[in-house]
Write a protein that binds this ligand. Structure first.
Ligand code: CP
Ligand code: NVA
Length: 309
């Protein structure tokens, strides 16, 4: 792919700071155009994208499919029973066949190795729509949402409260590129991947803290961020995790500890009464729905970028 101007979108730190901000600026530009009702910008006319989903999805599926078609393209949804990557067909064969039909391959998979293999064998750009390891499109949308609501992204304080999961890994990889203060408050034993923490710290760009004390962590936050305690693939651990994570629920008293400037964000889906209370999700400081909307706008800019448009 290198040489023909096409790129994958697999991890945020595959890109430099200028490129990340260029994508975010483009997202705002195309968002403004689409929100004005203008439907004349059709850079994906005659282009197709296959979307492989080995896991469930609402936002990722609908925002990619809608965004690609609003900009002139045609997207094909392939659910867990369709391709059955690694079961019915080897990943490297899927990559090489789909590359002959489509201009982009979007995939949501379990093993991160699957997305790396897809990218290795595909001759068209591969976009990561979440793996067990990371979720880069989500964190691009989150940064966009912070620019709109906090007023900036660089230099802010983001405090994630909960499991050290795929969302946290993408925050850490963002922190390796853009300077901000990232704190992950999680129960002992549920810290993010040590190598990823080390990589983000070694980059020397951002202040990074991993702690087990949510009350202390949230002080002065611009954003308090939450995600489910049991991710897709871990749902059988949900009951056990509810016990272990009890002190990590984002409720009004935690938001009070954060201070009056703090917004609440959540990648959704949210389990009200588990990782976050109903009151917090529905509060005026909660920006979870603009955040969800921005999935589409951030991803439109990502697709324009990988296709060199
Ligand atoms: N936040 C997110 O990726 O949502 P879906 O799982 O619904 O795509
Ligand atoms: N950590 C969650 C994110 C869902 C968007 C999961 O992987 O299920």
């Amino acid at each position: 792919k290198v040489g023909n101007g096409l790129k994958d979108f697999l991890h945020i730190d595959d890109f430099d700071k200028d490129t990340i901000f260029k994508i975010l600026d483009r997202a705002i530009e195309v968002k403004t155009l689409l929100k004005s009702g203008d439907r004349t910008f059709r850079p994906f006319e005659g282009r197709t994208m296959s979307m492989i989903f080995a896991k469930p999805s609402m936002r990722t599926r609908v925002s990619f499919e809608t965004g690609f078609s609003l900009l002139g393209g045609h997207a094909i949804y392939l659910g867990p029973d369709d391709i059955q990557m690694d079961k019915r067909e080897e990943t490297r064969d899927v990559a090489r066949v789909l590359s002959r039909y489509n201009d982009i391959i979007l995939a949501r998979v379990f093993s991160h190795q699957d997305i790396l293999d897809l990218a290795k064998y595909a001759t068209v750009p591969v976009i990561n729509g979440l793996t067990d390891y990371n979720h880069p499109c989500q964190i691009m949308a989150d940064a966009l949402t912070m620019i709109e609501h906090v007023g900036r992204f660089e230099g802010t304080k983001v405090v994630y409260v909960g499991d050290g999961n795929n969302i946290v890994h993408s925050w850490l990889l963002m922190a390796a590129v853009i300077p901000f203060h990232f704190v992950c408050a999680c129960p002992k034993g549920f810290e993010p991947d040590a190598k990823t923490v080390e990589k983000a710290r070694k980059a020397g760009i951002s202040k990074i803290e991993i702690t087990n004390d949510p009350k202390e962590a949230v002080k002065g936050a611009d954003v308090v961020y939450s995600d489910v305690w049991a991710s897709m693939g871990q749902k059988e651990e949900a009951a056990y995790r509810r016990q272990v994570f009890k002190e990590f629920q984002v409720d009004q008293s935690l938001m009070d500890a954060a201070g009056s400037k703090a917004f609440f964000m959540h990648c959704l889906p949210a389990e009200r009464g588990v990782e976050v209370t109903e009151q917090v999700v529905e509060a005026p400081y909660s920006i979870v729905f603009p955040q969800a909307e921005n999935r589409m706008h951030a991803q439109n800019a990502i697709m324009l970028h990988v296709l060199g448009k």
